[in-house]
Design a protein around this ligand. Structure first.
Ligand code: 3RN
Length: 399
């Protein structure tokens, strides 16, 4: 059904539909499919869903010149820990991604996989079952008591990774980035947000290390920046992006409640701008806005209003994607679009509106999403959301 509480606003004559070049991609609009885990990959093997994934991405790339970031993709088995999320380290996985990327390009759109490394967000029992480590920045600094219990029951400790293991992960990131390009992707996004491993290094709440990867702003940023540099060397800055979430509290992160944390992000972004000035500007910075402080709660719940991401624009002079509860707030979208380098990421409402780009252009009603099916192994809530025209045929405008 259409969301009745929302008054659509046509954005077709705003900057949202002003072309912009991102990396090597000539975009015709600034709507971005945000990275959305959907838990429909096949187990064992973490293979993208062979029945539905091509159609899911096909439906969401129909407006030519749109930038899609894929769901988060594991760089290796050791970086994983969810049976139904996809990887891009094996031939079988790459064969499926080639089909997905080809379909998106057939529609004249562009695709950037998000490279994922879970750390302490992994399911401990999965890591134990598969004979893998249960990793984080430090030993046994638990995300929450539930996970601590699960790890104890599974008989696995949380392991503060060694410098050699960090080096191996950097190799895994590079190989995964190369695999993405080989499969036809236009670039990759490094996931350094939302409480996953790289974020566990950035945040002093989870990083108690005393080596060169902890104990100071520079040291906590080291792993993320080494990943950036290694991937840029491998596939080029124009094919490399990164996601950061200064205010996210999901997964036991500090968010704005640690007054020193913004300095951590200003430093990382400053280092990215220094690289840019030296000729290696990343294609874009994807900032998770404090409008959403936890991706698993309803819009508006827990929004952090004691700080903004405006500091980013005092440092970074490149392209910024801003994501966070924007579909229901065209007034905020218009505000963000006043910056000529800004693109807008849309998540939940891009799930339930495969033709979201056209709906935003014309100010058409938005179909509500069904949260219980966000992470279900079903085509329901994945490929069965109608376009606006199909919904009208179903009589949704008459309800
Ligand atoms: O970042 C997040 C939050 C939930 C899943 C992911 C991976 O894209």
């Amino acid at each position: 059904p259409f969301n009745k509480d929302f008054k659509p606003v046509a954005l077709g004559d705003t900057n949202l539909f002003k072309p912009i070049t991102v990396g090597n991609c000539k975009l015709k609009n600034r709507v971005v499919l945000a990275p959305l885990t959907r838990m429909r990959a096949e187990h064992p093997g973490n293979v993208p869903n062979k029945k539905w994934a091509v159609e899911y991405y096909d439906q969401r790339s129909k407006t030519p010149g749109t930038l899609l970031i894929t769901e988060a993709v594991f760089i290796s088995a050791q970086a994983g820990g969810y049976d139904n999320a996809p990887g891009i380290w094996s031939e079988e996985q790459m064969a499926e991604w080639k089909k997905i990327f080809a379909k998106i390009h057939e529609n004249g759109s562009f695709v950037w996989p998000q490279l994922w490394n879970l750390g302490r967000q992994a399911f401990p029992e999965c890591m134990k079952r598969d004979g893998l480590r249960y990793d984080s920045a430090s030993d046994n600094i638990w995300m929450d008591d539930e996970v601590k219990e699960k790890a104890k029951n599974a008989g696995i400790e949380q392991h503060g990774i060694t410098e050699d293991e960090i080096k191996q992960y950097i190799k895994d990131y590079v190989q995964a980035a190369k695999n993405c390009i080989e499969c036809g992707a236009d670039g990759i996004q490094i996931h350094s947000a939302n409480s996953y491993l790289l974020n566990q290094f950035l945040d002093p709440v989870s990083n108690k290390r005393t080596d060169k990867y902890g104990g100071s702003i520079e040291n906590r940023a080291r792993f993320t920046l080494e990943v950036v540099d290694a991937i840029v060397d491998a596939i080029g800055a124009e094919r490399t992006a990164i996601r950061l979430s200064p205010y996210n509290t999901f997964g036991g992160m500090s968010g704005g409640y640690d007054p020193t944390l913004l300095a951590q992000y200003a430093y990382v972004i400053g280092e990215l701008e220094k690289r840019a000035i030296n000729g290696k500007r990343l294609a874009f910075l994807d900032i998770f806005e404090p409008r959403v402080s936890n991706p698993f709660v309803d819009e508006g719940v827990g929004a952090y209003d004691q700080g903004t991401t405006e500091f980013v624009f005092s440092i970074w002079k490149g392209i910024v994607v801003r994501t966070g509860n924007l579909a229901l707030h065209p007034e905020v979208a218009k505000e963000y679009l006043k910056n000529k380098n800004t693109l807008l990421g849309y998540g939940r409402y891009y799930i339930s509106n495969p033709d979201l780009v056209e709906r935003l252009r014309k100010g058409l009603p938005l179909s509500s999403y069904d949260r219980p099916s966000f992470y279900a192994m079903s085509d329901k809530g994945y490929t069965d959301y109608p376009t606006y025209e199909e919904a009208v045929k179903l009589g949704w405008d008459k309800e």
